[in-house]
Design a protein around this ligand. Structure first.
Ligand SMILES: NC(=O)c1ccc[n+]([C@@H]2O[C@H](COP(=O)([O-])OP(=O)(O)OC[C@H]3O[C@@H](n4cnc5c(N)ncnc54)[C@H](O)[C@@H]3O)[C@@H](O)[C@H]2O)c1
Length: 318
């Protein structure tokens, strides 16, 4: 297959790119390197079937030309930072909605009909029933990030209806593992390197989240694409476990052999405005493919720390 990967130099995208190349697919990465890095892929020497286009999805002319002659698009590029959405109110609109629309229009112009999209479990907002299934109701959206992902999902499904596209929309929990470059393990590790005696934690530490190792995420996506064959396929990707932030802190500090004083920023079980206090997705639909996660959440956190320990350059980026 000739696969076009937007955001292929990012944490999730670059892991997918390597997995696709190992399966002998031809891959084109389209990335503006705003949060991705060329260090994630040794693209010059190692892989002959890989092409990298350093460009922005906002550049529609370039995108339309670059996407030509591909069979499927994995659309991972986005503003993936949930926390700062309210500081930059147009960013999610531009990066996650308009850029997704550009991808869809560029596909339509080139008669490419298949799209894989990385959405998020945050679209369920403050859910009340757990684990959350794909057909749960959507209560109020709590972040611009989740609103923009939901809007992008809506555009994708409309292209399926209107132009006979086929989509696989994946709602991920938080992903961990090699090349991880943002999120709570990153933040805690960076803070502890700076000061090993004190760790400031956002919220009261009782926020409950599910996490998944990137390798399990990749196997879930690749199995689902083969297994689910509707025009619109919406699938949760999560873990059967969840943990709270206090437990995460324990795993991290134990692994680093540190005993810092933990300071919680508030009495609320949310880290910032719009954070969801509990994210735990049902994997029932995904399990129909025969998929099972291979890594526990604890193993995934430790694997992430291992990667960060040996790749401190990531911590130095702005
Ligand atoms: N990391 C997670 O836990 C998680 C969870 C749920 C969903 N997602 C989604 O998965 C996708 C990948 O997330 P990630 O964690 O790898 O993020 P990331 O920031 O590491 O990767 C995003 C990539 O997209 C590129 N990019 C951003 N805007 C672009 C633009 N306008 N034009 C071209 N390239 C652009 C960046 O340079 C980067 O390489 C995102 O869509 C994100 O919303 C991630």
């Amino acid at each position: 297959m000739r696969v076009f990967v937007t955001g292929g130099m990012g944490f999730i995208g670059s892991n997918f790119v390597e997995a696709l190349l190992k399966k002998k697919h031809q891959v084109t990465i389209y990335d503006n390197l705003s949060s991705g890095s060329k260090n994630f892929i040794n693209y010059k020497s190692k892989y002959k079937k890989l092409k990298f286009i350093h460009a922005d999805l906002e550049n529609f002319k370039k995108l339309k030309k670059s996407i030509k002659n591909h069979d499927i698009v994995f659309h991972f590029a986005a503003n993936a930072d949930v926390r700062y959405g309210f500081l930059f109110p147009r960013k999610d609109l531009e990066q996650n909605i308009i850029c997704t629309h550009n991808v869809l229009e560029a596909m339509r112009a080139n008669n490419i009909k298949k799209i894989v999209f990385s959405s998020t479990g945050s679209v369920y907002g403050e859910a009340t029933k757990f684990p959350i299934s794909e057909n749960s109701e959507f209560p109020t959206q709590t972040s611009f990030y989740a609103s923009s992902k939901l809007a992008a999902e809506a555009f994708i499904t409309s292209y399926c209806e209107g132009y006979n596209f086929k989509s696989w929309i994946f709602r991920f929990v938080s992903i961990l593992g090699p090349k991880y470059s943002h999120g709570h393990v990153f933040d805690f590790y960076k803070k502890l390197l700076h000061n090993r005696n004190i760790l400031k934690v956002l919220g009261n530490g009782l926020q409950k989240k599910s996490y998944l190792h990137i390798d399990d995420c990749i196997s879930a996506v690749l199995k689902s694409i083969k297994f689910f064959d509707e025009n619109i396929n919406i699938i949760n990707i999560g873990h059967d476990e969840y943990i709270n932030v206090k437990r995460s802190v324990k795993i991290i500090t134990k692994e680093l052999n540190l005993k810092p004083k933990i300071i919680f920023s508030s009495k609320e079980s949310r880290g910032w405005i719009g954070d969801n206090s509990f994210i735990f997705l049902s994997n029932k639909k995904l399990k129909k493919t025969g998929w099972k996660p291979k890594h526990s959440i604890e193993e995934s956190i430790i694997d992430t720390l291992d990667y960060l320990k040996f790749n401190k350059w990531i911590l130095k980026r702005k």
